[in-house]
Write a new protein. Structure first.
Ligand code: AMP
Ligand code: MG
Length: 315
């Protein structure tokens, strides 16, 4: 299949409306979209990515009001989060409408919904006839794509169209909160932190480690994620043991070790999130063997970076 790269949201939306798969930019990472009312397109999302069928997709809408098209009820906790964080990098899990295909939700009674804040995503979603089901636009298990070239590297020949936009400004996947239960529960860490959520919904509960590993509420969390081909080793500042002459790389906030062959010093935690996945992919292209990742302070988006680094190191 020929994969078309376009900067036109209109052209991209017309492909999607014809039942084709379209990757599109958002502020978190690039999404791989299909019309949520078209089961053939939904099946293709899973086959294009090599995604396990029990890992549900997130439904994307162009305006907060449209979440009503897919959910059967919006509890007060969700209303408050929508008011505060939509459009933005937050996905809410809510009870689904009957009409939502089980292919979207992997047979769960709930559905994940998000309204991206990205202007290109907005223009694209607005011209799609129905809400768009989309996981991250990468081969399953690989780091999410934060720029259109990464999408193209992974999915060229497997999808019809890539809507080209700038590199995703956040660089990590959305925060996921389950509001189908009371109190709401954080399922995946992201740019909207637990303390941000608690400012508006103080009873929001943290994800427990148990749920993430043994019996996850969010099925996707049980799979290996974010893994570059290189081995990922987590380290504290000034403690990376890079060997000169070896194919070692380093990313972090402090002074890079002199012995590392490839380094990425980030200005702050936001910059770290922005660079992380594209750095992993660059390291793979350069056949780096080991990537030392300095752990950022455990606050704000640092929580989410540490979560992704831990998963990358386990993968
Ligand atoms: P991705 O966009 O590739 O990060 O994948 C979507 C993520 O959303 C996966 O980790 C899913 O487990 C999660 N997700 C989507 N729908 C639901 C749902 N109904 N309940 C819990 N988690 C969900
Ligand atoms: Mg993903």
């Amino acid at each position: 299949m020929e994969t078309i790269v376009t900067e036109s949201p209109r052209i991209a939306a017309s492909w999607l409306n014809k039942g084709e798969l379209v990757a599109f930019p958002t502020e978190t990472v690039y999404g791989l979209g299909g019309d949520m009312t078209n089961d053939t397109a939904l099946r293709q999302i899973f086959s294009a990515k090599g995604r396990p069928a029990d890992n549900p997709l997130i439904v994307h809408v162009d305006s907060p009001g449209r979440i009503q098209e897919v959910v059967s009820e919006i509890p007060e906790t969700a209303r408050r989060m929508v008011r505060q964080f939509f459009p933005g990098p937050l996905t809410l899990i809510l009870k689904k409408k009957k009409s939502v295909s089980p292919l979207v939700t992997a047979d769960l009674p709930t559905v994940g919904v998000r309204c991206p804040a990205h202007p290109v995503a907005h223009a694209f979603l607005k011209q799609c006839n129905h809400p768009v089901a989309a996981p991250s636009a990468n081969i399953s298990g690989r780091p999410s794509s934060t720029d259109w070239r990464a999408v193209h590297d992974d999915l060229k020949g497997r999808i019809r169209c890539v809507l080209k936009g700038p590199q995703s400004t956040i660089g990590l996947e959305s925060t996921i909160v389950d509001c189908s239960v009371y109190p709401p529960r954080l399922l995946r860490k992201g740019a909207v932190s637990l303390s941000d959520l608690r400012t508006y919904v103080p009873e929001t509960a943290a994800a427990t480690t148990d749920e993430n590993t043994t019996q996850p509420k969010s099925p996707g969390l049980k799979y290996p994620h974010y893994t570059p081909a290189a081995r990922v080793i987590l380290c504290e500042p000034q403690s990376a043991e890079c060997s000169p002459g070896r194919k070692h790389a380093w990313i972090g906030l402090s002074e890079p070790p002199e012995s590392a062959g490839k380094t990425s010093r980030c200005a702050d935690a936001d910059d770290y999130a922005y660079r992380l996945f594209s750095f992993f992919r660059e390291c793979d292209r350069e056949s780096i063997e080991v990537i030392y990742c300095e752990l950022p302070p455990d606050k704000g988006i640092g929580h989410a970076i540490r979560d992704r680094l831990q998963r990358a190191a386990e993968g």
